[in-house]
Design a protein around this ligand. Structure first.
Ligand code: 13P
Length: 257
């Protein structure tokens, strides 16, 4: 069965102390109202900056259903790659997930489909769950290329996997025009794309696997609009940016199933 998930991508925000306070505050809210008692029994994942991971893992470890992932990893396991961090290293400090292919990585760091496939492979080889991000740019949506763009991203970076590995992946649909803009995809637009993605998976891996993959929505998802989005049949939660930095808002999103 697919899981409901609410993940917070903190991006390049918070000092270590601020990050610890944020994670602690969210964890306290969850201790008071356990995830198992919340409708949809969601999992929660924090994606803090690399520098905070070890400390945030310590905080999250105490709370059932709360996990910690990194925002990126490198495409090979070790060597002379100054400044990079490997999936092996992330695993060694207790991370369980890693974001792969966030649009900001694609846009500012020129990560292409091939590099992203290698990162997914690194994640799987190190027993980390890749949360693979896909989504179209505004001109691509305007020219009605959005389905094709998302299909290409998924086919090129994920569909090389065998069934056993593909089953471990989480997908996040994040239309680039909705990220940090305050302009959310409508629940219908989100559902339509999520259903398209699930159908793609069905064609490649079959219905059972398609129905077991969590597909999250990201892009100006907040405490006000999360409920309508999560109500959609194929929306299994959210990957939250700005609204994940305020504990009360993030907790309200967790309670939106
Ligand atoms: P916002 O929620 O700030 O739009 O960011 C979404 C996002 O990029 C999550 O990865």
């Amino acid at each position: 069965m697919k899981k409901n998930i609410v993940a917070g991508n903190w991006k390049m925000n918070t000092t270590l102390e601020e990050g610890k306070a944020l994670a602690t505050s969210i964890c306290e809210l969850i201790i008071n109202k356990p995830l198992s008692a919340i409708s949809g029994n969601p999992e929660v994942i924090f994606f803090p900056p690399f520098t905070h991971l070890t400390e945030i893992v310590k905080i999250a470890k105490k709370v059932k259903g709360v996990y910690v992932g990194a925002q990126n990893c490198y495409s090979t396991d070790k060597g002379a790659y100054t400044g990079e961090v490997s999936a092996t290293m992330l695993k060694s400090i207790g991370a369980t997930h890693v974001l792969v292919g966030h649009s900001e990585r694609r846009q500012y760091f020129k990560e292409d489909d091939q590099a992203l496939a290698a990162k997914v492979s690194q994640a799987i080889d190190n027993s980390l769950i890749p949360v693979f991000c896909c989504g179209e740019l505004l001109p691509e949506r305007k020219s009605e290329q959005h389905f094709n763009v998302v299909k290409q991203q998924i086919v090129k970076s994920l569909f090389w996997m065998d069934e056993a590995d593909f089953k471990k992946v989480v997908i996040a649909y994040e239309p680039v025009w909705a990220i940090g803009t305050g302009e959310t995809a409508s629940p219908q637009q989100a559902q339509e794309m999520h259903e398209f993605i699930r159908n793609l998976i069905n064609e490649k891996y079959g219905m059972e696997i398609a129905n077991s993959i969590s597909i999250l929505y990201g892009g100006s998802c907040n405490a006000q609009n999360a409920k309508e989005l999560f109500k959609q049949t194929d929306v299994d939660g959210g990957l939250i940016g700005g609204a994940s930095l305020k504990s009360s808002d993030f907790f309200q999103i967790i309670c939106s199933f």
